[in-house]
Design a protein around this ligand. Structure first.
Ligand SMILES: O=C(O)CCC(=O)C(=O)O
Ligand SMILES: [Fe+2]
Length: 428
């Protein structure tokens, strides 16, 4: 199969020339001290984000390179890391597991399950994210500002594909005014929030959580373009972005049964004793909690992130969950990405990991759940062949083209968490 060279890597392409121009313009008058203030995490973000010169991925751990069955996917995408970039170890296979699990001794609690999601399940989860999940009653980043179609934005986009006269205008919630500047839909805001715990969650739940005001400066937009502004959709307990706390007063959104099964089977596939051996002191009162995760892990919240190729997710810690150690299961679909994970501050040098479609990553335990992490780059043109219509049989290809067209420039990340210990009923 022919390689696809992303435009950004082709010196003759317009986007390469534009990135080069922008680079020379931006660096012309830069003081020599420009980079000195950056924390190691910030420096790594800048390095991997760069469009010119393009980043060298030889220090990025790319476990797909260990698997012959992924050769075509890796070669088609051009971008590749290295299987030896970071010291990792393979965990013993559990009886129920059919794909390998790896852990990184320098990051206790971080487990990578490459290709854990089958190719068919990847297609199902991508469809679920768009058609079933990113719509009412689940909140998305667009709900604050737009009156979204009742059947969901994706349904409107599908109708518009068949007949462009059906591409509806989606209206803003606020009346248009030119003089007020309020936040527009865009990247997630960074707020330094208090870490939640069983002791303070009731006090935190009393913090006022006013709804964010709709922007008065945005205009009606066609559904087919608004789709590319979709950045997240909430799962389970509602999250309040202004305070970065869960808003328990809204009740709990339903957790999709199939998604729950995938997360539970990922947690069950890991030999946690092997992962956490020797870390007992760090767990304090929690003791060897991981020993009972087979019975107590219960996802109840999360987010589906939708990234376009220029989107990034800045370094952050997910500390709003009352369970501060329980596994956070992260599923990657579509284009690949560089994921950075560091330590308890931005001053530790982060480990770069290449996450590809179908990979599951689990962050768990007292240090890993409090580690800074982020996504500085979505890797262009890395949509694997099994998410392209050309590779599908007759039965599967009929409605896939719309998904392929969207996924060509997209990465989806389903990020599932456990806010409360199993069986715990919060009193509001
Ligand atoms: O996209 C990813 O892989 C990570 C997303 C993430 O860290 C988050 O949603 O908090
Ligand atoms: Fe996160």
């Amino acid at each position: 199969m022919a390689f696809t060279i992303p435009d950004i890597q082709d010196p003759k392409s317009q986007s390469y020339k534009k990135a080069r121009r922008q680079y020379y313009k931006a660096t012309k008058n830069r003081p020599a001290t420009y980079e000195l203030d950056w924390s190691p995490f910030r420096a790594a973000e800048k390095r991997y984000k760069a469009r010119f010169p393009l980043p060298d991925l030889s220090s990025v751990l790319d476990l797909a390179l260990l698997d012959n069955a992924r050769q075509q996917e890796v070669e088609r995408g051009v971008w590749r890391g290295s299987p030896n970039a970071v010291h990792y170890a393979q965990l013993p296979f559990k009886k129920t597991a059919s794909t390998p699990a790896y852990f990184i001794p320098s990051l206790p609690g971080l487990v990578i399950l490459p290709s854990f999601i089958s190719r068919e399940k990847q297609r199902q989860l991508a469809k679920w994210s768009l058609i079933k999940h990113a719509r009412h009653p689940n909140e998305t980043n667009l709900d604050t500002h737009y009156e979204l179609p009742v059947d969901g934005l994706w349904k409107s986009c599908l109708l518009a594909r068949d007949d462009s006269s059906k591409d509806i205008l989606v209206y803003p919630k606020a009346l248009y005014s030119q003089d007020t500047e309020l936040p527009k839909p865009g990247p997630r805001q960074l707020v330094d929030n208090t870490p939640a715990s069983l002791d303070n969650f009731q006090a935190l739940s009393l913090t006022p959580k006013p709804p964010q005001a709709p922007s008065p400066t945005i205009r009606a937009t066609l559904a087919s373009s608004l789709l590319y502004k979709l950045r997240w959709a909430n799962i389970g307990w509602y999250y309040h972005w202004g305070t970065k706390q869960y808003d328990f007063s809204k009740g709990k959104g339903v957790i999709d049964a199939e998604l729950r099964d995938v997360c539970i089977s990922a947690v069950a596939a890991v030999d946690w004793d092997e992962v956490f051996a020797g870390t007992e002191v760090e767990w304090g009162e929690a003791g060897s909690e991981w020993k009972s995760w087979d019975k107590t892990y219960e996802p109840d919240a999360g987010i589906v992130n939708f990234y376009q190729t220029k989107d990034t997710l800045m370094a952050h810690v997910d500390r709003s969950e009352v369970c501060a150690t329980s596994p956070l299961v992260s599923i990657s679909l579509g284009n690949a990405a560089i994921f950075l994970v560091g330590g308890l501050t931005r001053d530790s040098e982060p480990v770069p990991i290449l996450l590809r479609s179908g990979d599951v990553m689990i962050m768990s335990g007292p240090t890993c759940r409090r580690a800074y992490h982020g996504v500085p780059r979505i890797l262009e043109e890395t949509l694997p062949p099994h998410l392209r219509t050309a590779a599908l049989d007759e039965q599967n290809r009929s409605d896939w083209q719309a998904y392929e067209d969207y996924l060509c420039t997209t990465r989806i990340n389903i990020n599932v968490r456990q806010v409360f210990p199993k069986g715990f009923k919060p009193i509001m």
